[in-house]
Structure formats: C-alpha cells, structure tokens
Ligand binder design. Structure first.
Ligand SMILES: [Zn+2]
Length: 415
C-alpha cells in the first residue's frame, strides 16, 4: 500500500517540480463546462448565420496564458439560415471563425463543452459575426451544440488530445493507474462560509471510485489556500466568487493539463482543477429552489476530471455526463449505465482502495485548520508525504525528467 502512495506522491510532486523547471511545452490543457439547457437553446435560436462548413485549417492560438483563441478557416458548404446582414454569404465562400483553445509550440488548450473544431472535418455551425480590430470574423454560439459534426463519428465520450470527444485520432486522456490514488484538495478561502459544500464535494468523487470493476481511487488531501485555476499538480476544487473568466452561462469548468505528442505517455493527465461559477449561479446542498445542487454539478465535473467528455450516441439525458443541468436537479449524483461503461472502458481493473485515509477539509474550524483528520493513519501519511516531498526536491527531478521524456520547453509560461 505504501508503495502505491509513494509513487503517487512522487509523481505529483515531481510533476510540480519539473513543470516549474521546464514550463508547459509538453502539455496541453483541457477544460469543460456545464450549462443550463435553456441558455444553449436561446443562443442557437438567435444565431445570425447557420451553415454547413468544412474546416480548411487552424492557425496557431494567440495567447496561451489568457483566454486562448485560434482562427479556423472554413469553407461554406451550405447556408441554412442567414439574417439580413449575413444574406450575402454564399456557398464556397471562406470565412474565419474564432474559436477558444488551440495549439502553439506544443502547448494546446481545449475547453470540453466549448467548441474546438479540427481540420478536415465538416460541421453545422451556429455563428455570430464579430468585429475584431476591423476584421470580420465569426464566433460559434450555443457552446458545443453550435458546432455539430456533419458525420457522426463520436463513438466514445472520452476526450482525446486532439480536442475531440472520442472521434479524433489523438490518444485518450487518462490518469495513470500506477499513480492512484489521485489526490484532490479543497480551496479553503472558497468555502470558508459553506462547510456543508465541502462535504458535498468530497461525496461527489465517490461514485466514480465505488464500482468494483475499476481501478480509480481518489484521496482527499484536505484544504489548500488556492483560489486560482493553475497547473501546479494540485488538483483543487474552487468556488469562484468574483470575476468568473468564462461565459456566464457555464455553471462549472474543469481543466486538465496533459502530456501531448505521440509518446507512450501521451494523454496522461497531470493536473485537473474544478472551478464552480459562484458569480452567475447559486449553489446549494439542501435543495433550495432556483439553486444548483453541488453534488449534481461536481459529480459531472469529476467525470471531466477523469478525462470524460459529454454523452454521445446513444444520448441518455439521465446520465451524469449529459451536457447540461437545471436548478434543483440531482440525477447526476448517481452514475447511469453509460457513465459506468465509459468508466470501465477507461479504468478497467482492480485498484487499492484508501477509504480511511482521506483528509477532510474542515474550512470552518480555524483552530484545527486544514489537517483535521478522519483517521489516525492520516497523520503518518502526511509525514510520509512531507519526507517524499523533501526527497523529491533534493534531486529526483532528473530521474523524472528522464523517465517521462520531458525536455526543456521553448514556451515558459510559469513565472
Ligand atoms: Zn460538462
């Protein structure tokens, strides 16, 4: 058992170390959202141009540090709907579509649940024109529903490194079972006035590890002080209470950093943070009217955390990974058959369980602080982790760099 803990910790901490040293050139990031369905429908209905297009090329994304964007060059195959201003758009015209995410110098960004097209694929797109520095461009509206593949290729709801939800050719995203249990932390500043939210979040990880036929295991590591979504190898659940950086319609966003390329470790997730939108939405653990149930939302986000995308054919609206959620809903708390199928396909096997070693994040009790524990074993575990951390920082970084094939990055965004 200790071997497993040590390799997990070593991996996490070494990730932290070499990411700091080498920047992010070998990683990509992926994010995911949950949106109320009425907002998606409103956006699709109000689209000013609806057309079938072929994606000719994708340019490099602009700025990987901020809200990243890429220009997709698309040829119009057919116009389905155009308002008066768009009535001059014709078949075979080429248009520029600005999309979130993209790739640059080995760094990729994807927001799962937000549209990221790929070259050579045809889509029905729901577009609105924008004027960007005097250049006419379009943006996709209606989240991923606004970018509908014309050939239904998606057979899986596992995210791939190419940004697809199963249809593409990139390796699948995954957590390596050798480093289970996957640690996660709760942002103490986020939840200091809502300790019941913390318990609900901790509960939300459990459905994804309870199945007897899978190897997934999580271990709660208590609180941390983070309020930022960053690639620090600390998987943190954060409630954003001001300056929500994404579309206001998104209830939550999960971002994964993973190893890109085609090597044997490509797709391996290194860091995942879950952000809850406390700016536009009210969250609850007690079913208050008009509020979103924490477990309903976070259980869905933990699916993204594990590398899963939204429901694909056959779509089951009862599934945890169905794309949207309404206030008061609780059905995503429990996994549906489709969720369990994708879970078993990604993480088949029998893993070690760490039931009694979780550290509860006691946000409200400042005298105990973040290391309030459930079991006596946990304290030993903490020392164990501390020792490993020291060992790691004292010179195992080279080993890790060699082992995972990381090289010095040309892109250094960690400052
Ligand atoms: Zn989602």
């Amino acid at each position: 058992m200790k071997t497993t803990i040590s390799s997990s910790l070593a991996f996490q901490l070494m990730s932290l170390l070499f990411i700091g040293l080498h920047g992010l050139s070998i990683m990509e990031q992926l994010q995911a959202v949950t949106v109320p369905p009425n907002l998606i429908a409103d956006q699709l209905n109000s689209a000013q141009l609806v057309a079938d297009v072929f994606i000719e090329s994708l340019n490099s994304m602009n700025d990987p540090d901020a809200i990243t964007k890429t220009i997709a060059s698309a040829t119009i195959l057919k116009v389905h709907r155009a308002n008066s201003r768009q009535s001059n758009v014709r078949e075979r015209d080429t248009i520029d579509i600005e999309v979130l995410g993209g790739e640059l110098n080995g760094l990729g960004v994807m927001y799962s649940g937000l549209p990221r097209p790929y070259t050579g694929q045809s889509y029905r797109v729901f577009l609105n024109p924008i004027n960007s520095n005097g250049i006419n461009r379009y943006v996709i509206t209606g989240f991923e529903k606004g970018l509908e593949p014309l050939t239904q290729m998606r057979k899986s709801s596992r995210n791939r490194t190419d940004g697809s939800n199963g249809a593409g050719n990139g390796p699948f995203l995954y957590w390596d079972p050798r480093y289970f249990p996957i640690q996660f932390l709760i942002s103490a500043p986020s939840f200091v006035s809502n300790p019941s939210f913390v318990e609900a979040i901790e509960e939300s990880f459990k459905p994804w590890r309870n199945d007897a036929d899978i190897s997934v295991e999580f271990i709660a590591q208590g609180c941390n002080q983070s309020t930022k979504n960053e690639n620090d190898s600390l998987n943190t659940v954060i409630l954003v209470k001001e300056n929500w950086p994404f579309e206001s319609a998104a209830i939550a966003v999960t971002r994964n950093f993973y190893i890109s390329g085609t090597g044997s470790n490509a797709g391996m997730i290194l860091d995942s943070d879950i952000l809850l939108n406390g700016v536009s939405f009210s969250l609850t653990t007690t079913g208050e009217a008009g509020k979103h149930d924490i477990r309903n939302i976070v259980t869905h986000e933990v699916g993204h955390f594990l590398g899963f995308g939204h429901e694909v054919a056959v779509v089951d609206e009862e599934a945890t990974m169905f794309a949207s959620a309404v206030a008061g809903e609780t059905k995503k708390r429990t996994l549906a058959t489709n969720d369990i199928q994708v879970l078993r396909s990604a993480y088949a096997g029998v893993g070690t369980k760490f039931d009694n070693q979780n550290i509860h994040c006691a946000v409200a009790d400042k005298t105990i602080g973040c290391l309030s524990v459930h079991s006596s074993e946990t304290k030993n575990l903490n020392y164990f982790w501390l020792i490993l951390y020291l060992l790691t920082t004292l010179g195992l970084g080279k080993w890790t760099t060699k082992r995972y094939g990381f090289t010095s990055g040309s892109l250094n965004r960690q400052k």
